[in-house]
Design a protein around this ligand. Structure first.
Ligand code: GGG
Length: 352
């Protein structure tokens, strides 16, 4: 008998709910035809609406509630007109830090049938590996005399040798399975402590991976090269903040941020890993049924692969490709289908 896989779904705010339903529909279809895992989803209605009822975005013990699951799915968080973004984002940061989900893996690729904004129409296939547990997202700092003329803010980033080395190792290993190129992103000319540590760790690890061509780039130059010559990139690795920025850019250059999945992994599997589309909650289109569900659906592909189900995972990726090749798409990629309409097209093609 198949083992029961327990999944926690935290759809969150805005379009997070719509794309979360799409992700669940794909899993249901795979379960229905017997190819996917035998799974059970528990939904958690946390986010801005939960706040309106309970005065908090998530319950106090939300990490304890999530801990027993095999994997977690998050749709999107944030609705700035309802709550400050720093409040709605906090549970996501806490999950990443408390569950030691230090490897954030964000693939970005072009699809035949999806237009991109770049003049050069060659196919792109790259991965941003983002350090996810420390760096610029550590809550270290404070305000002095807030609201007065003397108002002052201090925000300290924390980069440990252990944290930097383990994510670089992860990225080198990933590069060995791909096109064997690794680019480290820093800003070591201006930030002479933290990002020099990153560069030293890269130089120390490189001899252990002689097959990998590795280079480094400052974040400002990287944004330029990702637009002008993105084909040079295979695996890109960087700090929490730089990885966040470059993964949005990678979505823009491959056609739509709505296409990009992400995995927040604890590679040692001591905690449940978390899978989420890279995009945010997009309140401007929420509830209109026009969100692109591909980032969420491909996050399920990543989840199944991580949980040891490569065959149904591969079916999801191929189904999405075939949908685009057949001219299906949501409005952000020039199509006319609704979120549910596109999801139905994916489900109809899961057999191949
Ligand atoms: N799909 C996740 C989401 O809502 N992301 C919005 C966001 O601002 N994320 C910040 C981050 O990934 O650190």
């Amino acid at each position: 008998m198949k083992k029961l896989t327990r999944l926690a779904f935290y759809p969150g705010d805005g379009i997070g709910r719509e794309v979360g339903e799409s992700a669940a529909a794909v899993l249901e279809a795979l379960k229905g035809d017997g190819s996917g895992p035998d799974f059970e989803i528990q939904w958690f209605d946390w986010g801005c609406d939960y706040y309106a009822r309970h005065g908090r975005v998530v319950p106090e013990n939300f990490l304890e509630q999530l801990r027993p699951f095999d994997a977690l799915f998050l749709g999107a968080v944030g609705w700035p007109e309802k709550l400050p973004d720093a409040v709605t984002l906090e549970p996501l940061i806490q999950m990443r830090q408390s569950f030691d989900l230090y490897a954030c893996v964000r693939p970005a690729r072009t699809f035949r049938g999806v237009p991109t904004p770049l003049r050069d129409e060659r196919a792109l296939d790259l991965v941003v590996v983002r350090e996810n547990s420390e760096g610029e997202y550590v809550d270290a700092g404070g305000r002095f005399h807030p609201g007065s003329d003397e108002d002052m803010a201090v925000q300290t980033a924390v980069h440990t040798r252990r944290g930097v080395t383990r994510i670089l190792k992860f990225a080198f290993e990933l590069a060995t399975k791909r096109r064997k190129k690794l680019t480290l992103i820093t800003k070591s000319n201006a930030q002479r402590h933290a990002y020099v540590l990153w560069e030293e760790a890269q130089a120390e690890l490189a001899p252990s991976y002689p097959e990998i061509a590795t280079n480094r780039m400052h974040i400002d130059a990287a944004t330029l090269h990702m637009v002008r010559d993105p084909g040079q990139f295979d695996v890109i690795v960087g700090s929490n903040l730089f990885g966040d920025i470059l993964s949005d850019l990678s979505g823009a250059i491959t056609g739509s941020l709505g296409l990009n999945p992400s995995s927040n992994l604890n590679p040692e599997r001591k905690f449940p890993s978390l899978f989420e589309p890279v995009h945010g909650s997009a309140p401007d289109i929420a509830g209109q049924g026009m969100a692109n569900p591909v980032g969420a659906i491909l996050s399920i592909e990543e989840m199944l692969r991580f949980l040891g189900h490569p065959e149904p995972a591969g079916r999801i990726g191929r189904a999405v490709e075939r949908c685009f090749e057949a001219g299906c798409g949501t409005p952000d990629v020039g199509g006319t289908l609704s979120t549910r309409g596109f999801t139905a097209e994916v489900v109809a093609r899961l057999d191949g």
